[in-house]
Design a protein around this ligand. Structure first.
Ligand SMILES: NC(=O)c1ccc[n+]([C@@H]2O[C@H](COP(=O)([O-])OP(=O)(O)OC[C@H]3O[C@@H](n4cnc5c(N)ncnc54)[C@H](OP(=O)(O)O)[C@@H]3O)[C@@H](O)[C@H]2O)c1
Length: 326
């Protein structure tokens, strides 16, 4: 291993050094990062969930700047239209269709999928970014615990439904935005709906993010040979409306060390557009380098459990298995 990688790995061990703006500043200098080449995404179509705020908003802008057509998927037509209008004003072309979908509702996701399949001839990049933390346990319209619905079953249904388009778009890339918070939790497959223990929003969120990341590994295994890559990334800690609203105490304490939204989204854009990111699938990234899935052995979810989680998702979503084994 080279010296730069050793320094980076040392930084990764210290959570604050790694996840804060210090981490990205040091790594940018250490590795001399370049932006993906100008026009890298001309002729490509991307889809971003949650483009109305925070990381999704800056990701959308960055992909648009690289020339992509960007499908904006969100739950408020009004907020989506405002983003579309500002993108059209900034980029001078109307290549930003809006599609309304509440990621917490399977019916809503399926309607969005049908519309996209009818109107879009290709899909090269899918960014699963929308996310939320709920202070109290609640269930979405399908009877699925809301965090699990928005972060896991909704995205699973979205990727499943759009698989034909992704398969038809050579070199398609799926990027799931997860959270370093997942390192703190083990997934309990016998209590996916969080009924057995008293509910905690941050715990529900961390477990859902762990489930999302485990599914990325399972997707990658099952999509091997299709030309589609799928990776997870976590943004570190970024100054977004979502962080300020959902974790106000942490937000106030850490504010001077938070990354800008663009810094948080840097690896999303890199995974979406950089030629260097084309070959890898099934990895978890922070700051353009693969990172471990676990920081302690007790959170490990083995291959058998990842398969079981996949089967549970297929059942929850009530649709045929999108990528059966064998
Ligand atoms: N900021 C951080 O430090 C940090 C750290 C780790 C992970 N993350 C992850 O990064 C992603 C983006 O977070 P952020 O910090 O940018 O948060 P944010 O500012 O709150 O943005 C969240 C986005 O998700 C959308 N969304 C929420 N619930 C939705 C639903 N049910 N259906 C469709 N869209 C929905 C929101 O749309 P509306 O406009 O409709 O509300 C918004 O566009 C999330 O997955 C989050 O977990 C962020």
């Amino acid at each position: 291993m080279d010296l730069k990688s050793l320094v980076d790995d040392g930084l990764e061990v210290s959570v604050i050094g790694s996840f804060s703006r210090v981490g990205i500043m040091l790594r940018r200098r250490l590795f001399g990062w370049a932006m993906p080449p100008d026009g890298a995404l001309i002729g490509r179509t991307a889809l971003v969930t949650g483009p109305t705020s925070g990381l999704g908003r800056v990701t959308t802008d960055a992909l648009a700047s690289l020339g992509a057509r960007v499908i904006l998927v969100g739950r408020s037509e009004e907020r989506l239209a405002a983003v579309r209008d500002s993108l059209v004003a900034a980029h001078g072309a109307d290549r930003f269709p809006i599609v309304v979908a509440d990621m917490g509702s399977l019916a809503s996701v399926r309607t969005a999928v049908s519309r996209i399949l009818q109107t879009e001839p290709r899909l090269d990049i899918l960014v699963d970014n929308a996310g939320a933390i709920y202070p109290e346990r609640r269930e979405g319209p399908d009877g699925i615990e809301a965090t699990l619905a928005v972060l896991v079953s909704g995205p699973f249904a979205l990727i499943s439904g759009l698989l034909p388009l992704l398969k038809g778009s050579p070199g398609a890339r799926v990027i799931s935005v997860t959270s370093g918070g997942m390192y703190s939790q083990k997934l309990d497959l016998d209590d996916l709906q969080l009924i057995a223990e008293p509910y905690s929003g941050p715990r529900a969120y961390a477990r859902a993010k762990r489930a999302q990341t485990a599914l990325v590994r399972e997707w990658a295994r099952r999509l091997d040979g299709t030309g589609i890559t799928i990776n997870a990334m976590h943004p570190g800690w970024a100054d977004t409306p979502g962080l300020a609203e959902t974790l106000p105490v942490f937000y106030r304490a850490m504010r001077p060390l938070l990354r800008t939204p663009a810094e948080g989204a840097d690896t999303i854009v890199w995974l979406a557009a950089d030629p260097a990111a084309a070959a890898v699938s099934g990895a978890l990234y922070l700051d353009r380098r693969p990172r471990p899935f676990d920081r302690v052995p007790s959170t490990r979810l083995g291959a058998v459990d990842r398969r079981r989680l996949w089967d549970m998702m297929v059942e929850l979503c009530g649709a045929p298995d999108p990528a059966p084994e064998g």
